[in-house]
Design a protein around this ligand. Sequence first.
Ligand code: ADP
Length: 265
Amino acid sequence: MPTEDRKDPAAPAVRFERVTKRFGDHTVLDGLDLEVGRGERVTLIGPSGSGKTTILRLLMTLERVTDGLVLVDGQPYSHMPRGAGGKLVPADERHLAVLRRRIGMVFQQFNLFPHMSVLENVVEAPVHVLGEGREEARRRARDLLDLVGLGDKAEARPTRLSGGQQQRVAIARALAMRPEILLLDEVTSALDPELVAEVLDVLRDIARNTDITLLCVTHEMGFARDVSDRILMFDRGRIVESGPAGELLESPTHARTRAFLGSVR
Ligand code: ADP
């Protein structure tokens, strides 16, 4: 049976079960349990080095767990559940690729292809990865560029755009892959302060007008409050506090959350 047919509609979009990630003897995630419901918007906050980006990188299969299990749509991702021998078995690559395609990511660095037009940057992956027809992909790319407010820049080279505009192209490019889950990793950190708002406004619109599952890492607390159903405060690879966005930001209970919020406001 094709993998797509096994999608469990009741399963959370993402589930981490006792996930540990070590780099050498440095434990970055320490038996982490985490669940993100379908259509839920979750923001990860916490000091630098607390493991937030590693979570997103595991979901992009840029890293593999040291121990524990990651599930996407209820299906083992990266590794299979432990067999009787207790050893982690890597998931089948084809199966992984199917799940992996449901996830898109926007990075701090936009990494657009400089030799291609803005439009071609958005068209590239749907054509080459999803096998969409070029005309259909171009039509959708134009719609997505309109959505991010760059309909008039379709033929421009990315290098002629501001950082904020380039990041909006990167958002359109991620959406062109029709992801069900979108990961946002400090998408405004590389931008000049005056360009931050235009990017966050586009993301607010997307959050408001789609049912996409969002997992964000950001230091923009106003944005986190606007888009998130839930905020998770990380410290040293563990969740120290979690709660509805307004509640956690207004009345944090953990001393580390209070200290962290004090440092970013
Ligand atoms: P955050 O996103 O919260 O700032 P990260 O997940 O980026 O934290 O990093 C957590 C820790 O993992 C940091 O101490 C970082 O140096 C370390 N780390 C991340 N990636 C690697 C890697 N590829 N090799 C070694 N250490 C890494």
